[in-house]
Design a protein around this ligand. Structure first.
Ligand code: DI6
Ligand code: FE
Length: 417
C-alpha cells in the first residue's frame, strides 16, 4: 500500500524534465486556500523548477514529458511531524479496561501503560519490530505523505533505544519516504529506575544519546516534560547534551499540566514544542520569539477525552507557527490517518482549513527543520506533492474516513499506492 516507485513507466523514470499540467495548485507558500487555476509544475531530477500558471512556463517545456492532471487539486505532500510509529504490541486490552471503568493508575498497576509497550517492544528482534511497524507506515503513506518523524522512547535502555532508531531508519529504505528520527529516551522512567529519574538520565539517556548520535541515528532530541515523566531541570540536562552535540531539540510540553516546558524548549531554540494544552501566554511569547513551532496533537486529546484544548487564540495572537500531527502511539493516540487528524484539529481545536493544511505541510516541515527542502511547492525544493480527487482544501479536510488521494509524487517520482 505504501507503494513502490513505478519503474516500468519510462515517463516517470526519465531524468529529464517532467511537466505536470492542467492542475489546480495549492503551493502552501502563503494561504493554503489560495488556489492557482490552470497551473503547471515543471520538475527536473526530482526538484521543482517552476510551479505556477501554465502559460507562464519557461521555454524548455517543449522537451518535457507531460502529464495532464485533468484539473485535479495538487498540494504539497503531507508531513506527519510527530509520531511514535515504531513500537511493539498494542494496548487494546487497556482500552477495554478503561471502558470498563478502570483508571489510569489501575491500568498501570495491572501492567498497562507505557511500561507494557516497553515490554512488548523490547521482546521483539529488530526484524520483528520492523514488521510490526511497516503496516502503520503504509497506512499513513496511503494518504499522500512524503515525510514522517519517528521517535524512540519505548526501549528505555541504550540498546533498545538504538534498535528503535535503526528500525525507523530501515523503514526509509523500504518505502519511498523521508524519515526523520528523534531520540526520546527521556519519555518515561523505566521500572528499574523508579524513583531515580536523575540516575536514569545520567546512566541511560545521556550515554545513549552519544551512542545513537555516533551511529548517525539522531536528527533531533525530544523529551517528555510532565509530572508523570521528567522535570524541566531534568530535561535541561538532556538538552544541554544535545546542544553540545549540535543536535536540535523538541519537547512534549504542557500536555497535562503547565511546567513551563514550552518556555524551556524555546530557550534552547527548539524546533517545536508539542501538545501544549496547558500553554500560557508567556510560553507562547517565548515560542514566537524563538521561532519554535507549536505542534498540536488532537489524536491524544481525543483518546484521553481531555477537556482543555490548546489555546489556539493565544498562539495566533503571539504569532506562533502551528503544525498538526498524529502522535501515532499505542497508548494515547493509536491513530494512523493524517487526514482524520486534520479534521479533528478543525473540529476539536477550531483550527481553520488553511491552518491545518499549512500545519501538515509547510509548518510540519518547519517543525522538522527541513523547510528549505520540502513542505511547499516552489522552485528549488524537492518535488513532493499529492494529487487529490477533491475540489478544494476544505474538501480534503471535512470528510471523515474517506481517502481522496489520486497520486503521491515523491522526489519527482509517482508512487503507486
Ligand atoms: N505523551 C503521551 O501522551 C504519550 N507519550 C507522550 O509523550 C503516552 C504514550 C503512551 O502511553 O504509550
Ligand atoms: Fe508524542
Amino acid at each position: 500500500m505504501g507503494g513502490n516507485i513505478i519503474s516500468d513507466d519510462s515517463a516517470f523514470s526519465s531524468v529529464g524534465y517532467q511537466l505536470w499540467r492542467n492542475l489546480r495548485l495549492v503551493t502552501c507558500r502563503n494561504n493554503a486556500t489560495d488556489i492557482i487555476e490552470g497551473a503547471a509544475i515543471l520538475v527536473k531530477d526530482g526538484r521543482v523548477v517552476f510551479a505556477g500558471i501554465e502559460n507562464e512556463l519557461p521555454a524548455q517545456t517543449s522537451t518535457a514529458e507531460s502529464f495532464d492532471l485533468e484539473g485535479k487539486l495538487v498540494t504539497p505532500a503531507l508531513i506527519d511531524c510527530h509520531t511514535h510509529l515504531v513500537y511493539g504490541g498494542n494496548r487494546a486490552r487497556e482500552f477495554e479496561m478503561r471502558l470498563e471503568g478502570a483508571t489510569y493508575e489501575e491500568v498501570a498497576r495491572a501492567g498497562g501503560g507505557i511500561v507494557s509497550s516497553v515490554k512488548a517492544t523490547n521482546a521483539l528482534s529488530e526484524d520483528e519490530l520492523l514488521a510490526q511497524s511497516l503496516p502503520r507506515l503504509d497506512t499513513l503513506l496511503s494518504e499522500g505523505l512524503s515525510t514522517i518523524e519517528i521517535k524512540s522512547g519505548y526501549g528505555l535502555n541504550i540498546e533498545a533505544e538504538l534498535k528503535m532508531l535503526r528500525v525507523a531508519r530501515r523503514l526509509a529504505t523500504m518505502r519511498p519516504v523521508r524519515i526523520h528520527t528523534s531520540y526520546l529516551a527521556a519519555h518515561a522512567v523505566p521500572v528499574e529506575y523508579r524513583g531515580r529519574a536523575d540516575d536514569y538520565i545520567a546512566e541511560v539517556v545521556l550515554p545513549g544519546l552519544d551512542a545513537a548520535h555516533g551511529e548517525g541515528l539522531v536528527d533531533a532530541v525530544d523529551g517528555f516534560c510532565e509530572g508523570i515523566a521528567f522535570s524541566p531541570a531534568q530535561i535541561s540536562r538532556v538538552f544541554d547534551k544535545a546542544k553540545a552535540l549540535g543536535i536540535p531539540v523538541k519537547l512534549h510540553a504542557e500536555q497535562l499540566s503547565n511546567l513551563g516546558g514550552a518556555k524551556l524548549a524555546a530557550s534552547y531554540d527548539a524546533l517545536s514544542a508539542d501538545h501544549l494544552e496547558y500553554l500560557d501566554k508567556d510560553g507562547a511569547k517565548a515560542m514566537a520569539a524563538a521561532g519554535t513551532v507549536a505542534v498540536l496533537l488532537p489524536g491524544a486529546f481525543y483518546t484521553l477525552r481531555e477537556e482543555q484544548a490548546p489555546p489556539v487564540h493565544v498562539l495566533r495572537d503571539a504569532g506562533v507557527h502551528i503544525a498538526v500531527a498524529t502522535d501515532c502511539n499505542p497508548g494515547t493516540s493509536p491513530l494512523t490517518s493524517l487526514l482524520l487528524t486534520m479534521n479533528m484539529a478543525c473540529t476539536l481545536f477550531r483550527l481553520t482549513v488553511d491552518e491545518v493544511l499549512c500545519g501538515t505541510t509547510r509548518e510540519a516541515a518547519r517543525a522538522l527543520g527541513i523547510l528549505n527542502e520540502t513542505g511547499t511547492i516552489e522552485a528549488g525544493k524537492s518535488a513532493d506533492f499529492a494529487v487529490w480527487n477533491a475540489t478544494s482544501p476544505a474538501d480534503l479536510v471535512y470528510r471523515i474516513g474517506f481517502n481522496p488521494l489520486c497520486a503521491r509524487i515523491f522526489r519527482g517520482q509517482r508512487i503507486t499506492q
